[in-house]
Design a protein around this ligand. Sequence first.
Ligand code: MUC
Ligand code: MG
Length: 372
Amino acid sequence: MSATIEQLDTVIVDLPTIRPHKLSMTTMGCQTLVILRLTRSDGIVGIGEATTIGGLSYGVESPEAIKSAIDTYLAPLLIGQAAGNVNALVALMNKCVRGNTFAKSAIETALLDAQGKALGLPISSLLGGALTTKLPVLWTLASGDTSKDIAEGEKLLAEGRHNAFKLKIGARDYHTDMQHTRAIVDALGDRASIRVDVNQAWDTSTAVRGCAELDAMGIDLIEQPVAAQNREALVHLSQHCRAAILADEAVASSDDGFDIARRGFIGAYALKIAKSGGPASVLRLAHVAQAAGIGLYGGTMLEGTVGTVASLHAWSTLPLQWGTEMFGPLLLKDDIVENPLHFSNSSVELPQTPGLGVTIDEDKLNYYRRKE
Ligand code: MUC
Ligand code: MG
């Protein structure tokens, strides 16, 4: 008899960051992980994770809402269902629960982890196979202080840990942001690819001016310069900048990807498992992008190790023109897994053991879990 889903257990975990992480909409001093354990009738336990950024300041689902959506709505829907058919379970979730892609992503991850363990295959194999087992990883310089960012970049270059940096701009006034970016390009730009993420902070005319100035500085990639809804401007910028424009908040589902592509967008898409509902669901968006000639980038919602590995399994099956930013675990002071990822030479290794290839450290989980 095939295994059924017996139980879903969620805990909220708060992990401090190694330094304040400044984005246009919030400053993070801690990352909150919603950790899910899905138990099957054959005794196999799959794990999943959902993260967002800064409570409700980045996405529409808070950690508390993710936990509640799983506990109250998704768990009762799934319990008793055959556990092995991930496509059927995703279709059921999408039919009965609108949106809530962050919560669905944790569940899809746990289902794939469990099924991979049952079949003795890594998740990448369940997704059709990895093109590579080493993926490039950039680092985000976002301390909020130009000289600290330069020192951090110098140290990481000297250690050989990263050779591409993303700068977070948009929180401060335009001139301060441009001075900050220019100083970092002058200091590090001859040895590293420098990219910026504006996180929707500019109106259209500021974005036209800003992208031209960033182009002149030699910035390689400009991420989400305008509001997520401002698709016309995003398309226009993609067609007029030398630097590639990366759509992040503007593109979550494959429908978003199709609409932006059909409007004539020629940049790249930041894929994130949380935006699309999980490591299998995100591939639909990737395939739309590929059909439209749009580049691919492995994006992060600053996941811990569980969510980072889940993403890496998906990214490993794709040709990524712009690499990945799966550095989330390195931004955290501690980890809740027994076998952390290996980051070196500007890349990370994809685990090859069945499922995710990650085991929870129960003591650490207990220590950092939020006591209700
Ligand atoms: C984002 O918008 O890309 C990814 C890296 C980082 O520092 O912040 C995130 C969010
Ligand atoms: Mg972004």
